[in-house]
Ligand binder design. Sequence first.
Ligand code: GLU
Length: 256
Amino acid sequence: MRIVVKVGTSTLAHPGGLLNIRHTEDLVKVWSDIQNAGHQLIIVSSAATGLGVGKLQLEEKPRDLITKQAAAAVGQCELMYTYDRLFGQYNHTVAQMLLTWEDFDHPQRRRNLQNTLERLLELHAIPIINENDPVACEEYSLGDNDTLAALVATCIHADLVVLMSDIDGLYTADPHTHPEAALIPVVEEITPEIEQLAGGVGSSLGTGGMLTKVTAAKRATAAGVDMIITNGSHAEVLYDIVEGKSVGTRFVGRKA
Ligand code: GLU
């Protein structure tokens, strides 16, 4: 299987912006094993800004664009250094790709990014993708990596996108405030009711919330790609996912 896995800031970093070592190490171990089993993984990783906040010892995520972009430039180094080191323990080679909306929009750039990704996969390298935050213009920025993961998946015809989030999936109501809320295991069609359930709240360091995930699911499923939302703090669920077991919420891709 060709799987795009997106992992969010709240999984990779603690609220102050320091690396969540346990989550990150667990994820890299499982990802490496899945790659060893013969699957192709493409990682879309957030946390550049979050880790930059930690590294620069800022009190909180900057509100102004320039400091936010500077923090992302610092944190992206930290992020790739960490992945390179951890994947290296399992003899895997990583490749960094920093993309913006224009890269998908412009035909030649889109072809370049497709070709590079395909070649990296042939070479058994693991592409690690993030938005190129330090140069992304605010009005054109993708803003959240849920959308980026869906764009990448449609671009390279992935079989599946997995969003590893800080929540188990989509619920019938907000589980923080409604203890009786139930997890929805399968969404066959994204109706206005489903969109309504998604609300709009994200974490303090990350960007996306459930709304961006459901919007990303719309994009992926329209292109025929399934998307699963699951909890990133349980790295091992990815084994169940590749075995086809029911985990989190699966949005079923439209079949032609
Ligand atoms: N590209 C942003 C970062 O690395 C994250 C966007 C998101 O949280 O989805 O900080």
